[in-house]
Design a protein around this ligand. Structure first.
Ligand code: DX5
Ligand code: ZN
Length: 233
C-alpha cells in the first residue's frame, strides 16, 4: 500500500465572528496571520434566520487583502445577486442547492463570470442531491452546524457525510475542494480532516482569540508549513 501525497490544509477564517466595527483591521490581521482564504457569510433573513452583509461590504474590504474572497451565500433567490458579488470582488461563490430551482444553471452562471463555483450542504441535505452538479463545482462545503449563526456546536453526525463525499469526489476524479464549516476548532478540525476534508472554515476559533496566527496554525495541526493534519493531494 502506498502513502498518498499530502498537501497543506486550507484555512479560511469566517468574518462573521470578526469585530464588525473594525472589519478592515480584522481582515488585515488574519491576512498577516497566514490565512489562505477569507470566508464571507452572506445572510438574508429569509433563507436563514439572520442577516449579515451584502456586496458593498466585500467591495469596501477588497483593497485590504490579496487573499481569495470565499463567499458563502445563504440567500434565496441566488441568481439575481451572483453578478453583484462577482463584481464586488468575490473569487469563490458558494450557494445552497435548495435555494433556487436550477442549481446547475447557477453554477454555469458563476463559472461564466470567471469565478470558482461552490455548493454548500446544510446538515439535512443529502450528498446525492449534488451528484449531477459536481461536474460544474470547484468547491463543496459541508455545514457541520445549521446555517445562520456562528459559535454553534459541531455536529459529529456530519463526519460520515464528509467521508462519503470524499469517496464521491475521488471516484469522479475531479479537483474539488472539500470544505467544512461550523464549530471548527483544533479538535474538530482533526476529525474532519481524517474524514477527508481539505479546507477548514472557522469563525470563533480564529477571531475569538488574540493570537490569530497561533489559532490558524492550531487548526492546521500545529505547523504553519505542513501541519500534522496534512491531507491528501
Ligand atoms: C454559519 C456560517 C459559518 C460560521 C462559522 O452559517 O456559515 O461560516 O460563521 O462560525 P463558527 O466557526 O463560529 O462555527
Ligand atoms: Zn459559512
Amino acid at each position: 500500500m502506498t502513502t498518498p501525497p499530502t498537501r497543506r490544509v486550507v484555512v479560511a477564517p469566517s468574518l462573521l465572528a470578526a469585530d464588525f466595527g473594525r472589519l478592515r483591521e480584522e481582515v488585515g490581521s488574519v491576512t498577516q496571520a497566514g490565512a489562505d482564504w477569507l470566508h464571507f457569510d452572506v445572510m438574508d433573513g429569509h433563507f436563514v434566520p439572520n442577516m449579515s452583509f451584502g456586496p458593498l461590504v466585500l467591495q469596501a474590504l477588497r483593497p485590504h487583502s490579496t487573499l481569495p474572497f470565499d463567499v458563502h451565500l445563504m440567500i434565496t433567490p441566488v441568481d439575481p445577486f451572483v453578478t453583484a458579488f462577482a463584481e464586488a470582488g468575490a473569487d469563490h461563490i458558494l450557494f445552497h442547492p435548495e435555494a433556487g430551482p436550477h442549481p446547475h444553471r447557477t453554477l454555469q452562471l458563476i463559472r461564466s463570470l470567471g469565478k470558482k463555483s461552490g455548493l454548500a450542504l446544510s446538515p439535512g441535505t443529502p450528498i446525492e442531491s449534488i451528484a449531477w452538479l459536481l461536474e460544474l463545482a470547484d468547491i463543496v462545503l459541508v455545514m457541520s452546524v445549521n446555517p445562520g449563526f456562528g459559535g454553534q456546536r459541531f455536529l459529529a453526525s456530519q463526519l460520515p457525510k464528509i467521508a462519503a463525499l470524499r469517496r464521491m469526489i475521488d471516484a469522479g476524479g475531479r479537483q474539488i475542494a472539500l470544505a467544512v464549516d461550523g464549530g471548527i476548532a483544533p479538535e474538530t478540525a482533526a476529525q474532519v480532516v481524517v474524514a477527508g476534508a481539505d479546507t477548514l472554515i472557522a469563525g470563533t476559533a480564529v477571531f475569538g482569540t488574540a493570537d490569530r496566527s497561533a489559532a490558524i496554525d492550531a487548526l492546521r495541526g500545529g505547523s504553519p508549513q505542513t501541519g500534522t493534519l496534512a491531507c491528501r493531494a
